[in-house]
Design a protein around this ligand. Structure first.
Ligand SMILES: [Zn+2]
Length: 543
């Protein structure tokens, strides 16, 4: 083959994202796309990149990102640069029930409250519909390729506020219509956050109805389930029957089966030491569902800590009218009893919960970086009172890192089983803003950690399989067009990494072994140095 390309990546080992074994080839890039994959030395370009000794892979797809509330900011590329540095070129946003659209005049206030933890700073909602939001974000330019999900919670807020009840028939029709509109306007699917307000108020029939709409449109339904613990306040009676995280998976699989939708179980984690033993059952349930014809898969991050809000582990009856109830002595007495039982039943210590950001409250700033047991000591109160203090003072918006997610420092068995599963897509699930001094390690090292620690060092799966589950697998599940593979016609989003070195770089530090990251044929990261350009990314739309 002859002819001159814009750029040739020369001499690398291609891992093309499909899972097939690596092979030596040169990559010809023309107008932002991969135009040729040829035997080494067969093509020439106006520019070349030397990839000898490196793996050349498609840019990584983060199927579960919470970057929505950053994307409208003109400096989102700077804030999200740690994601680019680890090789992420495409983000799927709108997860866990919350998205930038659709909103109404009234619901923007609720959307802001729900997204407080995800925001860097406030901005005006200059849109209402999903189409208007996509246009607005596109007009300002994005530093990544971005695919949007429509949040069930956001849609529900636009129809019925945060009403703690089932929708009326009229409201259910409106929810259906709003979901269909969002999907037809370019959203790739519907996400639900069933442990968060207002998703927590949605019952199975509402979910099955909306699953039906998602299936009709050929889109994906992604869900943050009701319970990732074996016992939770969400299911009654609490002590009878199946572990609650197994019930949660069963409920979602049933809804997906009834509605016929493609289902993605978001961040499949097992929280609390006593929940870990349920992992074989959950994985078996997923396999049984697949065998029964349900199109279900899941995603996970390679850490035993995860970020969430301090209120994520509070029961529903406290979240409803939270501001009053968290100050009511009778409520607190009941919560203290329930919480103690819950914590012991779970196998979760106060030292497993670390406050990373105090919600912007100056009084909480000195507590950032400390776990609840240490905060209790510092304040001279009980750990429960310390927890309530942080929750109340931050109006529930404090950010925490919770440990015991599928393992801890001494035992990673559940985590490794999850990560090893062929249906597991890798994700960051991280909340990355400039707020606070303490951050989730997933923001910096997720993908390099999978490649280095879990694939190369521990040998849980091949490098080709690792790359597949961070590229073509998530891209094709969500339906992102033109990304996730290194093949002619696909976007020239590439990661050049050294397979001997790739890995994490330490707390809050860039990863090692990522040599270059290309977005649309342009080098956006060169040995850790970012060349940000808001015109390089594309707003992806479902066709
Ligand atoms: Zn979630």
């Amino acid at each position: 083959m002859t002819g001159e390309f814009d750029l040739v990546v020369r001499g690398g080992d291609i891992i093309d994202g499909t899972g097939r074994p690596r092979f030596a080839a040169d990559v010809g890039i023309q107008e932002g796309r991969v135009a040729a994959l040829t035997v080494p030395g067969a093509i020439t370009g106006r520019a070349t990149l030397d990839a000898r000794g490196l793996v050349v892979a498609p840019g990584f797809v983060d199927i579960h990102s919470h970057a929505d509330w950053l994307l409208p900011l003109e400096d989102h590329g700077e804030i999200l640069a740690p994601m680019l540095r680890q090789g992420v070129t495409s983000l799927v946003v709108g997860n866990c029930g919350h998205s930038l659209a659709p909103v109404t005049e009234d619901s923007t206030r609720l959307a802001d409250a729900s997204s407080e933890i995800l925001r860097d700073r406030a901005f005006p909602y200059t849109w209402r519909s999903t189409a208007e939001m996509l246009d607005a974000v596109e007009a300002r330019g994005v530093a990544f390729n971005v695919g949007f999900l429509a949040g069930h919670g956001t849609i529900r807020q636009s129809v019925m506020g945060n009403a703690p009840r089932a929708p009326s028939q009229g409201e259910l029709d409106a929810l259906r219509r709003a979901t269909r509109d969002a999907l037809r306007e370019g959203a790739f699917g519907l996400s639900a956050g069933l442990a968060y307000k207002p998703g927590v108020f949605a019952k199975s029939d509402e979910l099955a109805a909306l699953c039906g709409v998602v299936a009709d449109e050929g889109a994906i339904f992604t869900v943050h389930g009701r319970a990732y613990v074996w016992i939770s306040p969400f299911y009654k009676p609490m002590l009878l029957g199946k572990p609650h995280n197994v019930r949660s998976v069963d409920e979602l699989v049933t809804a997906a089966k009834q509605g016929g939708a493609r289902l993605q179980l978001s961040h499949q984690i097992f929280i609390g030491r006593r929940t870990w033993r349920t992992y074989p059952t959950v994985l078996r349930r997923i396999e049984e569902a697949v065998a029964a014809g349900v199109d279900v898969a899941f995603d996970a991050f390679p850490y035993t800590v995860g970020n969430t809000t301090i209120n994520a582990i509070l029961p529903e009856w406290v979240l409803d009218h939270f501001e009053e109830r968290i100050r009511d002595p009778k409520v607190l007495a009941r919560l203290r009893r329930e919480f103690t039982m819950f914590r012991l039943a779970l196998g979760l210590d106060w030292s497993d919960i670390t406050v990373t950001w105090g919600g912007g409250q100056a009084s909480l700033e000195p507590l950032e970086g400390l776990h609840i047991a240490a905060i209790a000591k510092k304040l001279g109160v009980s750990p429960f009172d310390a927890y309530v203090h942080v929750s109340r003072e931050s109006s529930g918006s404090a950010r925490v890192l919770i440990g015991t997610y599928s393992g801890d420092d001494t035992n990673e068995e559940p985590l490794r089983a999850v990560l090893s599963h062929r249906l597991c897509a890798f994700e960051t699930d991280t909340i990355l803003t400039r707020r606070g001094r303490f951050h989730n390690p997933a923001s910096f090292g997720t993908f390099p950690r999978v490649l280095g620690r879990y694939s190369r060092d521990l040998g849980l799966f091949s490098l080709e399989e690792a790359v597949r589950r961070m590229t073509s697998f998530p891209a094709e599940r969500v339906g992102l067009p033109g990304v996730g593979r290194l093949a002619p016609g696909y976007a020239a989003d590439l990661v050049l990494f050294d397979p001997r070195l790739v890995g994490e770089g330490g707390p809050n530090a860039p990863p090692v072994g990522i040599n270059k990251v290309l977005l649309g044929g342009h080098v956006v990261v060169d040995r850790g140095v970012t060349h940000l350009d808001r015109s390089r990314g594309r707003v992806l739309r479902r066709r």
